[in-house]
Design a protein around this ligand. Sequence first.
Ligand code: XMP
Length: 509
Amino acid sequence: MQNNILILDFGSQYTQLIARRVRELNVYCEIHPFNKIPTDLTQYGALILSGSPFSVRENNYPRVDLTKLLSLFPTLAVCYGAQLIAQELGGRVDASNIREYGRANLTLVNKNSLLFDGISDNTQVWMSHSDTIKELPENSMLLASTKDVDNVAYSINGKTFCLQFHPEVYHTTEGSNILKNFLTKICNIDQSWTPDSFVNKTIEELKSKIGDDKVILGLSGGVDSSVAAILLHQAIGSNLHCIFVNNGLLRKNEFDGVLEQYKGMGLNIKGVDYSKEFYDQLKGVSDPEKKRKIIGRVFIESFDNESNKIKNVKWLAQGTIYPDVIESISATGGPSATIKSHHNVGGLPDFMNLKVIEPLKLLFKDEVRRVGKSLKIDKNILGRHPFPGPGLAIRILGEVDENNVKMLQEVDDIFIQGLKNEGLYDVIWQAGAMLLPVKSVGVMGDERTYEKCVALRAVESTDGMTADWVDLPYKFLQDISNKIINRVKGVNRVVYDISSKPPATIEWE
Ligand code: XMP
């Protein structure tokens, strides 16, 4: 039995959540678009069909070769997946009179089903559908209903299980147990995919793939590139050459501090200071997109320059993670590839002529942290707040120069140290300070001042896509504001950003 689950994505907003839930059960899984099914199906032990914004009642609804797939794998079909199976195998799907959205309670019709083994009758599930399965396909057995919907869960031949509700959503209170029943009791999959097993397997794979070749990697101080570096280091030792470019836009003392920390971990790392090149190129530029482009270009030039000094390099390693490579289906049209471009290591250009290696490209962010823990990477690195590749340049509105950077570094340091001292840093997703292109009147002693304003921002988020501002204690904000105004020359006003994302973004730019 293969311990690898194939998840076919029909474009549901919850598809990634299915993968997260499966992996939380220590089972490895991969998401593929429904119309790009991998050719080698022998590597998978089970199939999950996702939900979808589409309806099987539309023309050209997304379809797969169910006869083939259902004969190959034990299958769990969620929402649209369950409707698709009903429709294609001789049942009937209609528009529903009652749109079921939100919580519902399940009545277990067949109490002997392995899928619902140990699940309580009346358990809460999460519904999100406007089509309903009116008639089940041939040879099916009804497993569960709700007050409003008859055909909520059914199975075919004890091998295919179809659910109208979403077991992957937290509001389905026993959803994880239902998934576990499917994986362990129906598919007999081992729950053996742990951070330790990932580390061991990846190190062996890296060793055999890379052999005695040399690899370069751009370190940024962030979690992903650090975990990638340590994995590679354990596989190939000093053949991994790390380059840490100081772009002059890092936090206060970050370049030296992080470099020391990496050296302490035994990495073969070279820190190179290109601050002057970055400042020179940024001179006189205020437009945020232009600043980003310049920083990206100078980064590539400096990284290329440094990597050319290391002879016979064959590979470029990157800290790409799974959300960056999953192809998702757009809700408006056919499947479309929305692959995010990498902005930290900048999507290095082809002219570097290196083969790319991405040891974390199968992991979600929280899994990268768990792998980092298993590699015993310092929690100061693993717990670091996200920090943008273009650094403080996108937190200085308007022109960037060395003086502005120094001023913002001081402000940021007071804020971040304050959060750490109060035990707030680890409970916040991201915090930082913005230097605004605004001067205002103040008074210090008997003197009139006319100085800059800074905005503090602290947000809660899980992935940076949406965010809420953090309700920091007034007393804390008062102390930090006093410290900033008293200690940082040139700043006489501090404001706190109370905008959520959307409609605001996290960085001001
Ligand atoms: P926004 O400002 O778009 O930011 O709400 C969302 C998250 O992305 C981070 N960010 C970046 N990270 N390179 C990065 O590695 C970048 O160019 C970049 N721009 C924004 C930002 O800090 C926040 O966590």
